[in-house]
Ligand binder design. Structure first.
Ligand code: NAG
Ligand code: NAG
Ligand code: NAG
Ligand code: NAG
Ligand code: NAG
Ligand code: NAG
Ligand code: NAG
Ligand code: NAG
Ligand code: NAG
Ligand code: NAG
Ligand code: NAG
Length: 862
């Protein structure tokens, strides 16, 4: 006992002692003025989280032992400062105490939230050998004083927002070995003077806005092993003698605007392992030169250029090749000899998509000559996958990823049955008829299958072996599937996405679909002939449920209230007969509700749809009045909030699945193939709503589309609508509205389409530009509208012939595009164009109202 006791106390003593000794011997090290400067530097920034390195920085301890600090053992000067990843936020003071550390050799501030310019006094830290400010928000020009840091061997300013030109003073950094300026906003040319950085081994200027020709001067950098120029705006040809870069191991130049030829000498650089030139405009007959010495090349990515001519046979000498991408190659009517790939024993990843060749690629042949392929992409090239093959070799057993989209395939490739490693199969956009083979679902690792846009009619029942439990993504839309939804699908119990939209499936949705309830994210059965009720089970992870355009009847299942992940609910064009589902407002994630064209009825109770961005309840039998505070709690339509929501590049859904819908916008039915996250819309049209339009509508400041037409609204148009500053499309036609059009609407500068027709409106039409660019029909059949804008639009009233009318309708779409272009400057200008050109793919749907109706009317009067 006592021995243990003694030992323990001894240990404690030792610990305490050593701590004392530690402190005692080091106390003298920290120089007071350096400590103060460090504390001042710390005070220049805010610190987000309290577990950063500066936590240990306290006035009464030795600063040389603070986290991130290293001092010179003799002088006590701080020589290393590493505050990377320290939750720092803020900007350097113009008189930053950083300049006090004149003996600093290493400065690391990467992964913080620092912004503003780098003070030019950084050039005073003349002993620096390593400077890393990457992954912050620094902006402005790179100070030219950086050229004074003549001892630097490593400079990393990547992933900031530096703009302007690369300072030419960088040429003075003659010891530089690593230079990374990637992922900034630098413009101008890559300075020729880089040629003086003789020891440079790694140069990365990717993802900037650099222009000009390929910097030939770089050829003088004989030590270079990694060169990345991707994602810039460089032009010109690649230099012929690039092979003088004898140490080059990686050469990345994809996603630029390089044009011209590829020098054959590029491929003879013995040290090169990776050549990435994809997605440029290189246009040449490719030669690989005389590949005599054993090539080290592993990656050769030449796809998406304008390369033409025969594929050089010498490609077969690149025996170390693992990744080969020759997509979009134009063989100029010449054949391709697939046997050249059979020498590439290391090849794992082969992309021969969108080839322009007369050769039909024999899938069986290519799989048996490239035995170790893991990934094969033949999309857009002509492929045959005939069952009978003359090739006897067993195919690759490693193939996991096969893309045969748009290959003109007419039979389901039987060879896939033998590919047991298959996990991703895309066979969409072909002409395959008949049955989907049952064995497909027994491939043990199959996770993703895309069968869409073929002419399959049915699913063969799976063979007796077990179904794969790996299946997660099944896309079967745009086929000719008939009959009931096969029950084996219910046994694919890992399914995340099931999309069987646009087929001819009938019967009811099978009860067993409930087996998928714990994993399913997306269920899309739109555009079929399904009957019965919507699914009753609780799908607690379902994000998107789309059963629109079927023949579903009955009530909305109350179980929906437990779909806590639901973001999109689309029931349009069915025969669901229920009251307004105000109870859906308890779904905290619900963003889109479409109940359009069903048999919903009764009043629409007040509810607070906090996250809702799109609600379309049009063409039902809703009635009653809306209280004036109806829209008080619709927060998302009042303010979108986060940056992510505001970015116009974000669509609802994810990489594997994007939601879609049809929206009446600006008088036409548009199919949104993807839904922008920032899109907000309310469509209450085609009901029997009465009373006044709630004045709280003015709170929905983010609303883009509002359609209240074809109801029985009375009273005045609320002037609060003048607060809908984001509004682009407003339709209040076919109501019983009286009074004047509020003058406030004249200031809505994005309001490109409006329709006030068939009401009892009187008075002065607002004079804003948007009002002056409408069609007269937007104001027709009212009690007494007048004013300059009205005269301008309807002044020259004549009865158009039906021919003329039809032409005018065609023009209508373009007139609001023109209006948007003319009068919608600023951010929304970009967004508006985005909608039109990218998002909205107009399609003239068989809708009972709007464009088609009017067209058929004009053709019948013809
Ligand atoms: C650190 O302490 C000294 C005296 O011990 C004092 O003069 C100085 O102002 C303190 N510095 C900071 C930043 O608190
Ligand atoms: C800058 O800071 C130093 C101490 O770090 C101080 O002596 C000097 O007066 C300051 N200059 C200005 C202009 O603030
Ligand atoms: C520090 O740098 C600034 C700006 O580059 C310069 O004006 C100043 O003279 C330098 N100070 C010292 C002590 O070198
Ligand atoms: C370049 O690197 C070599 C070898 O590492 C070295 O001897 C030479 O001093 C370096 N030159 C410069 C300018 O740093
Ligand atoms: C490249 O080096 C050669 C000599 O080796 C020299 O003549 C040429 O000017 C250099 N090019 C550049 C752009 O520095
Ligand atoms: C395919 O190549 C031929 C011959 O070069 C050319 O005429 C044709 O336009 C090309 N087709 C495509 C789709 O690029
Ligand atoms: C299926 O995937 C697992 C895990 O990725 C792997 O271990 C197994 O070898 C694969 N099976 C086949 C037949 O490739
Ligand atoms: C369907 O596939 C065909 C080729 O078979 C293609 O031309 C067409 O564009 C595809 N349709 C859709 C909607 O992707
Ligand atoms: C779709 O299937 C029906 C029979 O169910 C058949 O009559 C029709 O020709 C098929 N359409 C296509 C495009 O294969
Ligand atoms: C809806 O159901 C009610 C009975 O619950 C019925 O009276 C009414 O006619 C139905 N509406 C439609 C449009 O089918
Ligand atoms: C419009 O909004 C402003 C502030 O957001 C508010 O003060 C004003 O009352 C609103 N106007 C109407 C007519 O609702």
């Amino acid at each position: 006992m006592s021995i243990i006791h003694i030992t323990l106390s001894f240990l404690f003593l030792f610990v305490f002692d050593s701590h004392d000794v530690f402190a005692a011997t080091t106390r003298h090290l920290c120089r007071p003025e350096q400590r103060n400067a460090l504390l001042q530097l710390k005070n220049e920034f805010k610190i987000w989280v309290s577990n950063g390195k500066t936590e240990s920085w306290a006035n009464d301890t030795d600063c040389c032992y603070w986290d991130g600090i290293k001092c010179d053992a003799k002088s006590g000067e701080v020589i290393e400062l590493d505050l990377s990843n320290s939750y720092l936020y803020g900007q350097f003071h113009s008189n930053t105490s950083l300049q006090s550390f004149r003996f600093l050799t290493t400065l690391k501030l990467y992964y913080n939230d620092l912004y503003g310019e780098i003070p030019s006094s950084i050039g005073n830290l003349s002993l620096l050998t390593s400077l890393d400010l990457s992954s912050n928000q620094f902006s402005g020009q790179i100070p030219s004083s950086i050229g004074n840091l003549s001892l630097l061997t490593s400079l990393d300013l990547s992933s900031n927002q530096f703009s302007g030109q690369i300072p030419s003073s960088i040429k003075k950094l003659s010891h530089l070995e690593t230079l990374d300026l990637g992922r900034n906003r630098l413009t101008g040319e890559i300075p020729d003077s880089f040629a003086s950085l003789k020891n440079l081994t790694r140069l990365d200027v990717s993802a900037n806005k650099l222009s000009g020709n390929f910097p030939i001067s770089l050829l003088n950098l004989t030590e270079l092993s990694y060169l990345s120029l991707t994602s810039n705006q460089l032009t010109g040809t690649l230099p012929p003698n690039i092979s003088s870069l004898s140490n080059l191991r990686y050469f990345w130049a994809s996603d630029n605007d390089f044009v011209g030829t590829i020098p054959s000498s590029l491929f003879t650089i013995p040290s090169l392992t990776d050549i990435i030139l994809s997605n440029n405009q290189l246009d040449s007959l490719l030669e690989f030169g005389n590949i005599s010495s054993p090539s080290k090349l592993k990656w050769l990515v030449l796809g998406r250029n304008n390369l033409r001519g025969p594929i050089p046979r010498s490609v077969s000498k690149l025996v170390k090749l693992r990744v080969l991408d020759l997509s979009n190659w134009n063989t100029q009517l010449g054949p391709i000899d697939l046997s050249i790939f059979s020498h590439l024993k290391s090849l794992r990843d082969l992309t021969l998509s969108h080839l322009n060749t007369t050769t039909t690629i024999d899938l069986n042949a290519i799989l048996s000559c490239s035995q170790r392929l893991e990934t094969l992409d033949l999309s857009g090239s002509h492929v045959s996958a005939k069952t009978k093959s003359s090739v006897s070799d067993p195919p690759s057993q490693m193939l996991g990823y096969l893309t045969l989209s748009g290959c003109g395939v007419t039979e389901f490739p039987e060879i896939i049955r033998t590919l047991h490693s298959m996990s991703y199969l895309d066979i969409s956009n072909n002409n395959i008829k008949g049955q989907v083979p049952g064995w497909l679902w027994t491939l043990p690792n199959l996770t993703y299958v895309n069968l869409s846009n073929n002419t399959f009619v049915s699913f063969e029942s799976p063979t007796k072996q077990g179904l794969s439990s790996a299946m997660r993504f099944l896309f079967g839309s745009k086929n000719n599937f008939t009959g009931k939804i096969p029950s084996f699908i219910c046994a694919l119990d890992s399914l995340r996405v099931l999309d069987l939209s646009s087929n001819k499936l009938n019967g009811s949705i099978p009860l067993c679909i409930g087996n998928l309830k714990s994993n399913l994210w997306v269920l899309n059965l739109r555009h079929n002939r399904l009957s019965g009720g919507p699914p009753e089970n609780v799908f607690e992870r379902l994000r998107s449920l789309d059963v629109g355009y079927n023949q579903l009847v009955g009530k909305l299942p109350r179980s929906l209230i437990h779909f806590s992940a639901l973001e999109v609910l689309n029931l349009e064009s069915n025969r669901i007969n229920d009251t307004f589902p105000f109870w859906l407002s308890s779904l905290q994630n619900l963003q889109v509700i479409v109940l359009r064209s069903n048999a919903f009825h009764g009043p629409i109770h007040r509810a607070s749809f906090l996250q809702l961005k799109i609600m379309d309840i049009s063409h039902n039998h809703f009635n009653g009045i809306l209280p004036s505070d109806y829209f008080v709690n619709w927060s998302k339509m009042s303010s979108l909030g986060t940056e992510e929501d505001r970015s116009n590049e974000n669509y609802m859904g994810d990489r594997n699945y994007e939601d879609s819908m049809v929206l009446m916008n600006k008088g036409v039915a548009l199919e949104l193939v993807r839904i922008l996250k920032i899109l907000t819309a309310l469509d209450f049209s085609g009901n029997r709503l009465e009373g006044e339009i709630p004045s709280s509508i003015g709170l929905l400041k983010e609303l883009h589309v509002l359609n209240l037409s074809n109801n029985a609204f009375t009273g005045h148009i609320p002037s609060s609508m003048g607060n809908l500053t984001a509004l682009e499309s407003l339709d209040v036609s076919q109501n019983k509205l009286s009074g004047e059009i509020p003058q406030e609407l004249g200031y809505l500068s994005y309001l490109a389409y409006m329709n006030f027709s068939h009401n009892q409106l009187v008075g002065l039409v607002p004079g804003g530009t948007q009002f002056r660019t409408q069609h007269c029909s937007s104001f027709e059949d009212n009690s007494g509208l007048f004013g300059p804008a009205f005269e301008e639009v309807c002044g020259d009233i004549h009865t158009p012939s039906s021919q003329e009318e039809a032409e005018e309708e065609d023009e209508e779409v373009f007139s609001w595009i023109a209006a948007a272009i003319g009068f919608g400057p600023g951010i929304v200008f970009g967004l508006t164009i985005g909608y039109i050109l990218v998002l909205y793919k107009p399609r003239w749907f068989m809708s009972p109202f709007g464009r088609n109706k009017r067209r058929s009317r004009s053709t019948t009067t013809h």
